[in-house]
Write a protein that binds this ligand. Structure first.
Ligand SMILES: Nc1ncnc2c1ncn2[C@@H]1O[C@H](COP(=O)(O)OP(=O)(O)O)[C@@H](O)[C@H]1O
Ligand SMILES: [Mg+2]
Length: 285
């Protein structure tokens, strides 16, 4: 990039009022640090751009700041230093058409007294969206997660995996441009998790959707992602940025293929290196 272009793009990235431009990253963490009020240094200078249509996983051991970073991406926590930009703009612009986000947590967090359909419709009801508009959206979202036949069922009648599907449908019903997911399948058995991974990958591939997915499973990260950001702890930081370029479909055959194993090995080596090096930085990018 020409120097002046670079200067201009930097200026645009920091200009909260100007248009972010079509090619601005969906998310940009610019030297983001986080120290909690009790003094815990959760993240040390994260620089990261996530572009439209990417499926990015944040991979790392417990305590490396994955949830902290995701909460800042959701606007639920503020950086102590640095900036986050959404589509090149500040948090105030999030929620406008083309710039919407939704978050899915590790727990399904459904209202126990409400049906699957009512749960999925909640964010739209909160926006006072007319039923004529919300109902088709909810139907479509339930269809995407394979719950269309269960719309009248209460959460307690569903398995853990199906409750998580309902939670994802609630997020998809808002038709987000950016979907943030914090270990959504961490509490599920491996078989169910694999199935949900495959369905999520399928949903993502059929929509104009950018996903940031937190996991501590190497296998899950490789299966799902177009790119994996590896993080280390104490303090939390990014130690590697790995593109998963495997050709062909992400199916059960992919899980036992040579490229899959190779990517798992690469990520595993980064995590081992991070643990060995303790507080130091391991081979950035
Ligand atoms: N609200 C908080 N107040 C103080 N410390 C916190 C808070 N949330 C998380 N932490 C600490 O910040 C670090 C990163 O936590 P977290 O982002 O939850 O990591 P991860 O999701 O990777 O397990 C940990 O040391 C954790 O104990
Ligand atoms: Mg976490």
């Amino acid at each position: 990039m020409h120097r002046d272009d670079y200067a201009m793009s930097q200026a645009a990235a920091l200009d909260d009022t100007g248009s972010g431009g079509e090619d601005a990253p969906v998310l940009s963490a610019q030297r983001v640090e986080k120290t909690y009020r009790n003094g815990t240094r959760a993240l040390d200078e994260v620089r990261l751009d996530i572009r439209r249509g990417e499926f990015v996983s944040l991979l790392g051991p417990s305590g490396c700041g994955k949830s902290t970073l995701l909460k800042m991406f959701a606007g639920l926590e503020e950086p102590s230093h640095g900036h986050i930009r959404w589509w090149g703009k500040n948090l105030a612009t999030v929620g406008t058409p083309g710039h919407t986000l939704a978050m899915v947590f590790q727990e399904a967090t459904l209202m126990p007294w409400a049906t699957v359909e009512q749960n999925a419709r909640l964010p739209l009801d909160l926006r006072h969206m007319p039923r004529a508009q919300s109902e088709p959206r909810v139907r479509e979202a339930l269809q995407l997660v394979g719950l269309e036949k269960f719309h009248q069922v209460l959460p307690r009648e569903l398995s853990g995996g199906m409750q998580m599907r309902a939670s994802i449908a609630r997020a998809l019903a808002t038709q987000p441009n950016l979907l943030l997911m914090d270990e959504p399948f961490g509490a599920l058995d491996e078989f169910t998790r694999n199935k949900l991974d495959a369905d999520l990958r399928d949903i993502w591939s059929r929509q104009d959707l950018t996903v940031v997915f937190v996991t501590h499973s190497i296998y899950e990260a490789v299966f799902l992602s177009s790119r994996v950001i590896v993080m280390a702890a104490r303090p939390g930081r990014v130690i590697a940025d790995v593109a998963i370029d495997a050709p062909g479909p992400r199916d059960e055959a992919f899980r036992i293929s040579a490229p899959f194993m190779q990517y798992c090995k690469t990520l595993s080596d980064y995590l081992t290196l991070a643990n060995q090096q303790g507080g130091g930085h391991a081979g950035e990018h």
